[in-house]
Design a protein around this ligand. Structure first.
Ligand code: SAJ
Length: 402
């Protein structure tokens, strides 16, 4: 069995590595970026994922995986490329289409074609139309399916193998063929459905989480006005057997939760009011945090007649990772810096050695020096710091919750 993975990013590369190692499948990994191809073939992992580089080296050295800028003939083809926005939050499926067009000349009877990229509903049908318009002789002769990933960055090695997956073919034979492929390396259950449901399922999972986080963030705004500790409140409400509220933070970051709901809201604007509002609340939370910091700075200056030293704690988009992509913390730090000509702001990110925009300071040193301490990302080391009465502490992520 030989499989061709189109896209060696945060999902394509780990899936290719695990399929090679656990599924004993010969993998050709394709990326348009020659540097990604070069690094992959040299056994150097270009993405951030704990433990993954060792596995990459293993499958490269054993010859089970090699990378290239052009696809090769295989038995199965996987589209694992980004689906960004075009503007106005319209999803852009042009990378999926380009990857599809690149493999069309290689397709032969009995092959499997799968889209993994998060995609608007109907994308699999659309790509199948493109394939069959170019290669009409393959109609009903190849298997076409959609199978979204569900892995949590930071825990990919475990989740790629153990998470259940949803597999939606254009017909039952396609679903079964894709199940057979994933069954080679996935230990979780493989749930069969149709392509449109599988596409919507991925969007639903991430929108559901976004809505739940928005609820927690909305509560944090209400509690701030009402003089109630939101962390205590949520802990108490969660004692109810059927209530399970998530944690508020300084916004929602990363490449998935803050993006995928728009694939629903742009396609179904009249029906997706709650999903759209959740997006707005989570975006607004970052702006609200930045305003709170700026107000605290002004108040300090008015009272003490000098500018405060401020520690901004955490740049990553969530705790205990070094991934700064689409991070609300980063957005807040930039906004605060712009408002005060970069003066006296100590930026902290213990999981990153250096940054090309922000000069980073050790977290203990920053905490000791600062008049105002702003907790943006709940990294574990921050929890060892002790509350100081002499400092103004803005704890947006619950470092000092009980
Ligand atoms: N967040 C909160 N409060 C919470 C939980 C999370 O504010 O209680 C924030 C985080 O700080 C972060 C953002 O939400 O900024 C997203 O983090 P996350 O841990 O919820 O999710 P991701 O983006 O790392 O991964 C998600 C996962 N989806 C779901 O949990 C439904 C993962 O399983 C998906 O595979 C991934 O998106 C993806 O690639 O789609």
């Amino acid at each position: 069995m030989k499989a061709c993975f189109m896209g060696l990013g945060y999902i394509g590369l780990p899936t290719a590595i695990i399929a090679a190692k656990e599924g004993n499948i010969d993998i050709i990994g394709v990326d348009i970026n020659p540097s990604v191809v070069e690094q992959t073939n040299a056994g150097h992992l270009h993405i951030i994922e704990p433990g993954m580089e060792e596995l990459l080296q293993e499958v490269v050295h054993s010859g089970k995986l090699h990378a290239s800028t052009t696809p090769e003939v295989a038995d199965a083809y996987f589209m694992v490329v980004p689906t960004p926005f075009k503007g106005n939050h319209e999803p852009d499926v042009s990378y999926v289409e380009a990857a599809t067009r690149a493999v069309i000349p290689l397709l032969k009877e009995g092959d499997l074609y799968v889209i993994e990229s998060t995609s608007p509903v109907g994308t699999t049908e659309k790509m199948a139309e493109i394939i069959f318009s170019e290669r009409p002789e393959l109609k009903d002769k190849i298997y076409v399916a959609y199978c979204p990933e569900r892995v949590l960055p930071g825990n990919v090695i475990f989740e790629l193998v153990h998470n259940d997956r949803v597999i939606g073919g254009l017909n039952e034979a396609s679903t079964a063929k894709a199940q057979e492929f994933y069954g080679r390396f996935v230990k979780g259950k493989l749930h069969p459905t149709n392509a449109r449901t599988a596409e919507m399922c991925k969007l639903t999972e991430n929108s559901s989480r976004d809505v739940q986080i928005a609820f927690a963030n909305e509560l944090s705004l209400i509690c701030d006005k009402a003089g109630i500790n939101v962390w205590d409140l949520i802990e108490l409400a969660n004692k109810h057997p059927r209530v399970n509220i998530l944690q508020p933070g300084c916004g929602v970051g990363g490449h998935c939760i803050a993006v995928d709901p728009y694939f629903i809201t742009t396609a179904f604007p009249n029906e997706s009011k709650l999903i759209a509002n959740a997006r707005e609340i989570n975006n607004y939370k970052a702006l609200w945090c930045a305003e709170r910091v700026k107000n605290a700075m002004l108040e300090f200056e008015l009272k003490r007649h000098r500018k405060p030293v401020i520690a901004m704690m955490g740049l990553a988009f969530k705790p205990d990772i070094d991934d700064l992509r689409e991070s609300p913390s980063k957005q807040i730090v930039s906004r605060v810096m712009q408002s005060c000509n970069n003066a006296d702001i100590l930026v902290v990110e213990p999981n990153v050695k250096s940054h090309n925009v922000f000069k980073l300071t050790d977290y203990k040193e920053a905490y000791d020096k600062a008049d105002i301490v702003v907790f943006l990302t709940a990294h574990t080391p921050f929890k060892q710091l002790s509350w100081s009465q002499d400092k103004i502490i803005l704890d947006f992520c619950g470092i000092f919750k009980k």
